[in-house]
Design a protein around this ligand. Structure first.
Ligand code: FES
Length: 204
């Protein structure tokens, strides 16, 4: 296992809502390690992933990902690392996409007005180049914990999923947009990327 590519778990913590309710979350944790080719192949049942050399990655080389087997509602797992940071890739279904356009009242920056947090192509309701796929750095904008993917009920108001940071309770929607009144000051960062085909994306 290559420690240089490790994508670490977020610190464990109470995943209940800040109101103390014991809502059950369905979490997909960032538990995996992107390492030697053999290990990657053995632990990669759903998607293909090609990794550049260790030296190239240290310099921030792009990372290519095949999304062809990522189903609606899923987040890519194991988590891919780019420049030492976890990259969350989610495939959003039609209901989620509709919610991203209309359920914005609880968001601090629904229109992605903080320019540093995304490339220009991601200044839209989905914060992405293609509506279906959301791609974000899995680093909380408060103090850098890795949020957890919550498939459903991250938001009482809509029942939609999103990302929950267990360190201090920040929540983000399925476009990585931060909720008002939580410690995180801004939306999750969208890395630079481009699609090489309908299902192959190059991060970086
Ligand atoms: S690091 Fe995420 S809420 Fe503090």
């Amino acid at each position: 296992m290559s420690t240089g590519d490790a994508v670490h778990d977020a610190p464990t913590g109470d995943s209940s809502n800040s109101d103390g309710s014991s809502r059950r979350y369905f979490l997909i944790q960032a538990t995996s390690v992107v390492g030697a080719a053999g290990a990657v192949g053995a632990a990669w049942p759903f998607v293909s992933y090609w990794s550049p050399s260790e030296k190239a990655k240290a310099l921030g080389a792009p990372v290519k990902i095949d999304l062809s087997k990522l189903a609606p509602g899923e987040m890519l797992s194991p988590i891919v690392a780019w420049r030492g940071k976890p990259v969350f890739v989610v495939r959003r279904d039609a209901e989620t996409l509709a919610s991203l356009e209309t359920d914005t009242e609880m968001l601090a920056d629904p229109d992605s007005e903080v320019a540093e947090q995304q490339p220009d192509f991601a200044v839209n309701a989905w914060r992405s180049e293609r509506k279906e796929y959301g791609i974000f750095l899995g680093v909380c904008t408060h103090l850098g914990c890795s949020p957890k993917y919550v498939v459903t009920d991250n938001f009482v108001e809509t029942g939609q999923g999103g990302f929950f940071c267990p360190c201090h309770g920040s929540r983000f929607d399925m476009a990585g947009r931060v909720v008002k009144g939580v410690p995180a000051p801004s939306n999750l960062e969208v890395p630079p990327y481009r699609f090489e085909s309908d299902t192959v994306v190059l991060i970086g």
